[in-house]
Every structure is written in structure tokens, then in C-alpha cells.
Ligand binder design. Structure first.
Ligand SMILES: NC(=O)C1=CN([C@@H]2O[C@H](COP(=O)(O)OP(=O)(O)OC[C@H]3O[C@@H](n4cnc5c(N)ncnc54)[C@H](O)[C@@H]3O)[C@@H](O)[C@H]2O)C=CC1
Ligand SMILES: O=C(O)[C@@H]1CCC=N1
Length: 277
């Protein structure tokens, strides 16, 4: 895939999320030498340099050559990372994309200056294998062609959806940003229970993971709802029914709902704790 200009993508922060996006981009054929990864420690950048990326420890120099600047540091350090970039981004006006949970566009506008084309993105780590799911929201400075370019970049990592309001990104965080962890937690619990029922760890793990894969692929490719797919597994007076009844007796739906509300609340708290100065 070739990106229409702007074409230098600079990542500030090359941790888990940046690496997941970078990997998705490389898999889609985006040239490694058009991507810059910037991190405080060159040691951490070594594998990315070996893949052919341009690497740097200097955020300001890297931002100064960005066409698309992706801010991928923890929310807790975002302000201290952004403030020194003010002059570089005001001089070049790249498209800026934050992947940080919670932090709102108005905070970035305070830290980086006004009139910048900014996108907030909530990606997830399955971007690593091109199976990511991202929510995107753009401010009014982002032009249609720039929106298309950002969408093309994130679509290289999986599903990329625009949402209608910035608030919705906190809901995206609760559903898909943090969502992989919920499924991993479920897998951990199923492997443990499979072992308790007498399977070897190896078999419990293989069966659990392939079941998750099969269920996810079936649900995404099917034209019927997850509820109907569940019904088709659940024979009246059969085995699945007992498991589902047990989940329901233990308020499964409420447990999931409460967890996602807690996630959503935390995104809002982060915005207040870290974005108000
Ligand atoms: N991990 C995930 O599943 C997701 C993470 N995010 C967001 O992505 C952002 C990054 O999270 P992770 O990648 O998980 O964290 P991480 O800790 O793996 O990566 C952050 C990277 O930033 C680097 N860094 C620290 N200070 C820096 C500085 N001054 N300049 C440049 N780089 C610096 C760190 O060395 C580290 O490699 C966060 O804001 C998070 O909210 C969003 C969606 C999903
Ligand atoms: O846990 C977090 O804060 C980040 C944001 C979404 C997924 N991981």
C-alpha cells in the first residue's frame, strides 16, 4: 500500500501500542523507512531499526519531520512529552494523532497550540496481527483528505471506525480498547477450569484458544447475531444450557456491564486528572 502524502509517520513512544500499529502497517506494505519511532532508549528501538525503521531518541527532531505524528506515550507523561513539541508542530502543522486513553483534544490544543489538525484514536493491541479495532474522532481542522489518510493508516491495522463525538471514544475504550484484556481474562479462567476438570495445561490451552478463535471468526463472518449463534450451541436440556444458566445465575451480564462502566469511568477520570493543566 502507498500512502498519498503526507507520508512520514512519526511515533512518539514505541511501546506496546505503537509497536502493534507499526507491525500492522508493515504487514500492509507501508515502507519501513517511511516510519520513525522515537523513544528515550535506543536499546528499546533496536529491533525496530533492524526492521528498517528510522529510529531516534529525540522527540523534537522527530516531530519536526512528521507528516502524521502519532503520540503513543502513557497518558501520565503526555503533557511533558507534548509541551516541548509546541514549536515543531506549529512550524510544520502535521496531522497529530493521540492514542492515549481519556485525554481530550482540548488538552492537546493547550499543550501543542491552536489550529492543529488533530485526531484522537482508540486502537487495540490486535493491530499487531492486522486484527485491530480502532475508534477515530477528528477535530474541525482535519480536512477530508487528511481524514482519509488517517483512516487508511488505521485500516492497515484492522477495523477503523469514525465516531460522531469525542465522548464516544471513552465508550470505544471500554469496548475495544481494553476489550482484548477481557477476552484474555476469560481464556485464563477457561484454561484454569479445563485443568481442574482433568485436562493437561497444553490441551486446556489449545482447546480454549481455538474455541475463542472459532467463535470470533464465526461471529464476525455470520449474518446472524451472537445470541442466535449461542442458541445453536445450546441444546435444550443439554450441557451448554447448564453452563449458560450458571453464568446467568451469577449475573454475568451485570458483571460485564459493571466492568465496562468502570473502564469508561477511568477514561473520564484520566481526562480530569491529567488533562486539566
Ligand atoms: N496497550 C494497549 O492495549 C492500548 C494502549 N493505548 C494507549 O497507548 C498509549 C501507550 O500505551 P502502551 O503502548 O501500552 O504503553 P507502553 O509503556 O508500552 O509504551 C509507552 C512508550 O513510551 C515511551 N516513553 C516514555 N517516555 C517517553 C518520552 N518522554 N518520549 C518518548 N517516548 C517515551 C516508553 O519508553 C514506552 O516505550 C497510552 O496512552 C495508552 O492509553 C490505547 C489503546 C490500547
Ligand atoms: O489500560 C489502558 O489504560 C490502555 C488504554 C486501553 C487499553 N489499554
Amino acid at each position: 500500500m502507498t500512502l498519498s502524502p503526507p507520508s512520514r509517520i512519526v511515533f512518539i513512544g514505541a511501546g506496546n501500542m505503537a509497536r502493534a500499529i507499526i507491525s500492522g502497517l508493515l504487514k500492509q506494505g507501508i515502507p519501513a523507512n517511511s516510519i520513525t519511532a522515537c523513544e528515550p532508549s535506543l536499546e528499546k528501538l533496536q529491533d525496530l531499526a533492524e526492521l528498517g525503521l528510522d529510529v531516534s531518541t529525540n522527540n523534537v527532531e522527530s516531530a519536526a519531520k512528521a507528516d502524521l505524528l502519532i503520540l503513543a506515550v502513557k497518558p501520565q507523561v503526555m503533557k511533558s512529552v507534548c509541551t516541548p513539541l509546541h514549536a515543531a508542530v506549529q512550524a510544520r502543522h502535521p496531522i497529530i494523532m493521540s492514542v492515549a486513553a481519556g485525554l481530550r483534544l482540548e488538552a492537546f490544543e493547550r499543550w501543542l497550540g491552536p489550529d492543529l489538525a488533530m485526531v484522537r484514536c482508540m486502537p487495540n493491541t490486535p493491530s499487531l496481527i492486522g486484527k485491530g479495532a480502532s475508534g477515530l474522532f477528528a477535530n474541525s481542522q482535519v480536512q477530508p483528505a487528511q481524514k482519509q489518510m488517517v483512516e487508511q493508516v488505521m485500516a492497515a491495522t484492522g477495523l477503523a471506525l469514525w465516531v460522531n463525538s469525542e465522548d464516544e471514544l471513552d465508550a470505544v475504550t471500554a469496548v475495544s480498547g481494553s476489550g482484548p484484556a477481557y477476552y484474555f481474562l476469560m481464556m485464563e479462567a477457561m484454561i484454569k477450569a479445563g485443568k481442574a476438570l482433568g485436562l493437561s495445561e497444553e490441551n486446556a490451552k489449545a482447546l480454549t484458544l481455538h474455541t475463542a478463535l472459532g467463535a470470533a471468526e464465526m461471529a464476525t463472518s455470520s449474518d446472524v447475531s451472537p445470541a442466535e449463534l449461542r442458541r445453536r450451541v445450546t441444546s435444550p436440556k443439554g450441557t451448554t444450557e447448564q453452563a449458560v444458566l450458571s453464568f446467568q445465575d451469577h449475573q454475568f451480564e451485570q458483571i460485564v456491564g459493571q466492568a465496562m462502566h468502570a473502564c469508561h469511568r477511568r477514561a473520564k477520570e484520566l481526562a480530569v486528572e491529567l488533562g486539566n493543566n
